[in-house]
Design a protein around this ligand. Structure first.
Ligand code: HEC
Length: 729
């Protein structure tokens, strides 16, 4: 009898732990204690930033400087997606959890890559129109046998970590506003913390919320900008309201969204996050009196239990440049002036590297880590930028950094052994020009900027266009000394928008690149130790774990995101139609990816449209203002979304219905009837046909002639670029 009971009990235990998942060596699921001491479990990667300090530093050292050249693909997993992949996977007790586009989740066996379960929240594809920066997702959180997911349409969902079955789901955003979630939730003391994005669209007011991790009920919410409701505000918001003027921003929502990473200090019990740009970008339209607009473009600290405000530091007061402060925040203890300080660090979009006291928010130091010309520097006492003038001169102005940022969401990493922070940095000046009148449409970008200011002439040779663009943008991996506030080493990269970073105790730095390489550098001096060429670009950050005594390094490969969609010509990887994969490397790995078949495509028959130069110029301006953010600047798509030069004859016939009436809105192509007239849509159509004709002619020219032109254009591109820069300096 007793034996019988034991067998039954044993069976029940086995049945309740399918795939032996969700249990650690100690037999405890991921709980507060394990998360608090994540650094003492080197084999796991239980949070997207690895631990609450978000250093992305792994103590693992099996893969080292000497043997890293033996690194090879151990296994891979096909996502089937052609759009951007931004997640950092988690590995918890033998299972790997990662996400795909459209907020889809996978649980895989971390040793073999076998799919254990998948979950698709069925995000309505029309929500894609609300996603400023692609239908991406940056990962999940794990706690007490559950996996937490934020969905693009604003739901927070708890899944059973063993089966993928949804346990509860709450709506975290109003459904009549263009809010989106792309960030990974964080779990702090039994609460799931999640923000949202959308400040490129009207009507979005940023906030961050904490939900009970057991049942999903709302525990607290903190608005990052004051709201219209009278009297219902804490004193801190009354003060914030004084930094706004006029009422226009209330219609626009104010922005300041919390769309990215979060760090937590258990000793101070504070959470830290950065807030997004105010909305609209054009500060003169939003903020005629030039006030600070708190708490946009700021680093904010809240009490983790109550969501009560503790301090803020505004990196860009009265932001006019789209300088979100959403870049990852790293907590560290640094010796500054012979004193050990608990700091929070950020390589901000505005190009400055900040070191703040994380208890008080006091500015300790700051210095530019990339070329910048928007500020003369920082006030040495307060850290407030000394602005070099507003960017919206009558003619426009070339400013660095651009809305792409000196650094964006791609996480940096801090290695306490080298004392260096590794920053994936961008160089891409941007022509800021105000847009006189801009319609307030709920489903379209709303910035108050002429996004078409930099568009190329309609008739430009595609090869010349490429040469000029390549001249104008680049990337860097910067190893930054946060104590001295200076560069340790840097590696130049041909394109901006490279992947996030991982660093390890073996003195390695791992990063994927926009031009399709996965690279290991020496953390001390930046020497390239190993690289593998890939058929697709990488923007996500790698992570590392051990299973079966073997260290693995995993990264999501899949070019996309905001720059990926908008900058088709800058996409460096030739086989751009290649889908996205999770790649998992180990020493002596022997797997190889399916070979890529470069897709040859040709431009089908084009309709004849008679359009004068004015109509073509209007079409150019309207296309680059309204369509380029998704279909690519100058009508060159990165192939994540349709390249409109290659439309089928049937699509040409239905062009106006698609673009104005929104006949494809269920698939994320929302109609523009509230923004564009029939005539304007015809102008865009004429422009696209013209670009298609020019592209077709270029594709038909003999190879030797094309190569000669590439050579000549390479010589004149720097000059053209310089002239352009002078014109708008
Ligand atoms: C928010 C992103 C977004 C914006 C902005 C956008 N589109 Fe689209 N568009 C899409 C998506 C997504 C599809 C693909 C729908 C599908 O899956 O078929 C699409 C498809 C199309 C198609 C059909 C192409 C084909 O070959 O099937 C046309 C035409 C089109 N868009 C025109 C435009 C024009 C013109 C503009 C600017 C006025 C514009 N789009 C702005 C996302 C966008």
């Amino acid at each position: 009898m007793r034996i019988g009971i034991l067998i039954v009990a044993g069976l029940a235990v086995m049945l309740s732990t399918p795939f032996a998942s969700g249990r650690g060596e100690a037999g405890t699921p991921v709980d507060d204690q394990r998360l608090l001491h994540a650094e003492s479990e080197p084999d796991q990667w239980m949070m997207v930033g690895r631990d609450y300090s978000e250093k992305r530093f792994s103590p693992l050292a099996q893969i080292n400087r000497e043997n890293v050249r033996r690194l090879g693909l151990a296994w891979f997993f096909a996502t089937g997606s052609r759009r951007g992949l931004e997640a950092t996977p988690l590995v918890v007790d033998g299972n790997l959890y990662t996400t795909n586009t459209w907020s889809r989740v996978y649980a895989l066996d971390a040793a073999s890559g076998e799919l254990l379960w998948s979950y698709d929240p069925q995000v309505p594809r029309r929500w894609g129109a609300y996603a400023c920066c692609d239908v991406v997702n940056r990962g999940v959180a794990a706690w007490q046998g559950k996996i937490y997911l934020g969905t693009l349409d604003g739901r927070l969902i708890a899944l059973d970590a063993a089966t993928g079955r949804p346990l509860w789901s709450v709506l975290t955003v109003p459904q009549d506003r263009p809010y989106t979630i792309t960030a990974a939730p964080r779990v702090v003391h039994g609460k799931v913390i999640i923000g949202n994005g959308g400040a490129e669209y009207p009507g979005v007011r940023g906030y961050i919320s904490a939900y009970d991790a057991n049942d999903g009920h709302l525990v607290w919410r903190f608005y990052t900008v004051p709201g219209p409701e009278p009297g219902a505000q804490a004193p801190v918001m009354v003060n914030a309201a004084r930094t706004w003027s006029g009422l226009g921003w209330q219609a626009a929502g104010g922005g300041g969204t919390v769309w990215s990473d979060l760090a937590y200090d258990p000793e101070l019990n504070l959470i830290y996050f950065g807030t997004g740009n105010p909305s609209p970008w054009n500060s003169r339209a939003r903020n005629p009196d030039g006030k600070d607009n708190l708490f946009t473009a700021s680093i904010v600290a809240l009490d983790a239990d109550t969501g009560v405000y503790r301090w803020h530091f505004q990196t860009t007061p009265d932001d006019a440049w789209d300088y979100d402060a959403g870049q990852n925040l790293v907590l560290a203890d640094l010796d500054l002036n012979a004193k050990r300080r608990r700091v929070v660090m950020q390589a901000n979009k505005n190009g400055f590297f900040y070191v703040l006291d994380r208890e008080t928010g006091q500015f300790l130091s700051g210095r530019a880590f990339v070329d910048q010309n928007w500020a003369k520097g920082l006030d040495p006492k307060t850290g407030r930028p000394i602005v070099a003038g507003l960017p919206y001169a009558a003619n426009g102005k070339f400013v660095s950094p651009s809305p792409l940022g000196g650094h964006n969401w791609q996480p940096m990493a801090f290695n306490p052994q080298t004392g260096l922070v590794y920053i994936p940095a961008n160089e891409a000046p941007f022509l800021y020009q105000a847009e006189g009148s801009f319609p307030l449409s709920p489903s379209h970008w709303y910035t108050g900027l002429n996004l078409a200011a930099e568009s190329a002439p309609t008739g430009i040779d595609p090869l010349l266009l490429r040469a000029v663009i390549e001249r104008g943008v680049a990337g860097q991996l910067i190893a930054w000394d946060p104590i001295e506030q200076k560069t340790g080493w840097r590696v130049r990269q041909p394109s901006p928008w490279n992947g996030g970073v991982l660093t390890t105790a073996a003195g390695l730095v791992f990063q994927g690149t926009a031009d399709g390489r996965f690279v290991a550098y020496d953390a001390q001096d930046g020497k390239l130790l190993w690289q593998q060429h890939l058929p697709n670009g990488i923007i996500a950050a790698p992570m590392t774990y051990t299973i079966g005594g073997r260290q693995h390094v995993a990264v999501m490969m899949g070019w996309g995101g905001s720059f990926g969609l908008a900058a088709g010509e800058a996409a460096k990887v030739k086989e751009r139609d290649y889908a996205g994969y999770l790649l998992v490397y180990a020493l002596d790995g022997r797997a190889s990816l399916p070979s890529s078949r470069p897709t040859s495509r040709s431009i089908p028959g084009l309709p004849k449209i008679v359009a004068g130069n004015q109509a073509l110029a209007d079409g150019n301006r309207l296309y680059n203002q309204h369509c380029a953010v998704c279909h690519g600047a100058n009508a060159i798509s990165s192939s994540a979304l349709p390249d409109l030069r290659y439309m089928a004859p049937e699509t040409h016939r239905r062009f106006e219905q698609i673009v104005r009436s929104g006949t494809l809105s269920k698939r994320g192509m929302v109609g523009f009837a509230d923004v564009l007239s029939t005539e304007e849509v015809q102008d865009i159509h004429a422009y696209l046909i013209k670009r298609a004709e020019i592209t077709r002619a270029a594709e038909r020219q003999p190879r030797w002639w094309a190569q000669t032109k590439v050579f000549l254009y390479g010589l004149i591109a720097p000059l053209l670029y310089r002239l352009q820069a002078l014109r708008f300096s």
